[in-house]
Each structure stands twice: as structure tokens, then as C-alpha cells.
Design a protein. Structure first.
Length: 118
């Protein structure tokens, strides 16, 4: 009997970080089951990325919260000399689209890469 091979979809998107939801790129989450956000080196005191969700790419985005009402944020290590990768919150995978919004202007303009696997 041969081993079965599972082929999964993989996608990557560049997302420039901003503090305004409207300025952020909508990242499609359709058919995705896991992912990470890679942030290159940055000299900032950025502490977190807020995750906003919508069922439409051009729709209204609202901040994602977990099942106990706490924001489903991504906590960042400030002022990294090497790039870091952070797991996307599990709750984000129920959304059709997400936006990653910086909590501080210190990371505005930093490009993050969202890599996902289905």
C-alpha cells in the first residue's frame, strides 16, 4: 500500500502595517486553516497587531475577539534585530477576510508577510 499524499493550498500576502483600519490591506482567509505573520526587523515600540474581520473584502471590518470577549491580538516583541514570525489567532480562520492593524504609529509602514496553509 502506498502512502497517500495530502496537498494543501498555501498563500502569502504582503500587508503594510497602519494604525487605521481603512488603510490596511484585506487578506483573504478562504480555505485557509493555519498561518503566521512574519515581521522583519523593526526599531519600534510596537506592542501588538489587532486583527479585524469581515465577510466581504470591501465590507465593514470589526475587531476580532475570542470566546471570552478579549481582543484576539498578536503580541509583538518590540525592536527586533532579526525578523520574527507570530501565529495568527485561531479565531481568525472563521473569517472570510482579515486586516492586521498596528496598535502604535511606531510600526506604521513596516511590511508584514501573512503566510497561510489550507
Amino acid at each position: 500500500m502506498s502512502d497517500s499524499k495530502i496537498r494543501r493550498k498555501a498563500k502569502s500576502y504582503d500587508a503594510t502595517l497602519y494604525t487605521a483600519v481603512a488603510s490596511c490591506v484585506a487578506v483573504p482567509m478562504v480555505d485557509m486553516a493555519g498561518g503566521v505573520v512574519s515581521v522583519g526587523t523593526m526599531n519600534s515600540n510596537a506592542s501588538a497587531l489587532n486583527v479585524y474581520v469581515s465577510d466581504e473584502e470591501e465590507g465593514t471590518f470589526v475587531q476580532l475577539h475570542d470566546n471570552v470577549g478579549s481582543p484576539a491580538n498578536i503580541t509583538l516583541q518590540p525592536s527586533t534585530a532579526v525578523g520574527k514570525a507570530y501565529a495568527l489567532p485561531d479565531a481568525a480562520f472563521a473569517a472570510q477576510y482579515i486586516k492586521l492593524v498596528s496598535t502604535t504609529t511606531n510600526s506604521t509602514g513596516v511590511v508584514a508577510t501573512v503566510t497561510m496553509k489550507g
